[in-house]
Design a binder for this molecule. Sequence first.
Ligand SMILES: C[S@@+](CC[C@H](N)C(=O)[O-])C[C@H]1O[C@@H](n2cnc3c(N)ncnc32)[C@H](O)[C@@H]1O
Length: 280
Amino acid sequence: MQPETAPAGECLSLIHPLTSILDHVELGKLFPADLPLEVELGSGDSTFLVEYARRHAEHNFIGVERLLGRIRKLDRKGRRAGLMNLRGLRIESAYFLEYLLPPHSAVAVHIYFPDPWPKRKHRRHRLINERFPTVAQQALAPGGTVYLRTDDANYFEQMLGVFAAAPAFRPVDTPAELSAELTDFEKGFHARGIKSLLAAYCLITDYSPPHLASNINDRAAAAATGVGRGTPALKTDPGFAAASDQVQQHRNDADDERAQEGGPEGIDCEESPQQKAHEV
Ligand SMILES: C[S@@+](CC[C@H](N)C(=O)[O-])C[C@H]1O[C@@H](n2cnc3c(N)ncnc32)[C@H](O)[C@@H]1O
């Protein structure tokens, strides 16, 4: 059964039920107030996002997570905290960023401890890959920032490499107030003496790629950069095909998750010590 939607005012569920995977999410219908938007991809049990949203009532927040059990935790914790500026979406995060989030709508994208895919042959599954900065550039509002954290040195190198090769971004410091807000996995890593590797990249406001420098409209820009935004063209876009595969993967994961009912939630990454220790 679909969870009931939570528009302005009364909040029955913070989980936004997607009615279409072809149209952009209507942000105006998601939140009671039109505030700058921050997105966390792979928000896990939402330890970070709930606390951060609580402290930043001046922004709206979306947590994107593919596991039902974890997105339900966002709902429970967020409602318990009385948050009107937080919503959860259960969807594959790369697909959300590229196809569902309205272009240039987020002032920040947070990605904390994404699955590292340590085996060389699996690295193509990593979220932060060569293509990611282009997609992030489309998603971010001018001056918006991507915040990254990982415990995996090899993945961190890859993150630094792909953004070093992205002239639209410049490295910036992560504000101390932000880095002090730990995620669930991060707490577990710190307890085991494993440090977080942090990086942040800000979209250069006046950047325009050499081949797009003149007065060019969004559709042409999207075509030139390979970032398919117009829904009519989606089905012929190779990115859409890849994303569709990921959506299928998401469905398979959901099936696995259902099959594991009563067992551990994590099927693609290790369970954090916090998750093992307590259910919120
Ligand atoms: C290692 S956990 C980190 C969770 C959280 N960010 C934290 O630091 O505690 C990675 C999370 O990303 C989610 N995830 C992995 N791949 C995803 C995808 N393609 N789309 C959406 N969520 C994904 C997993 O279900 C998991 O909750």
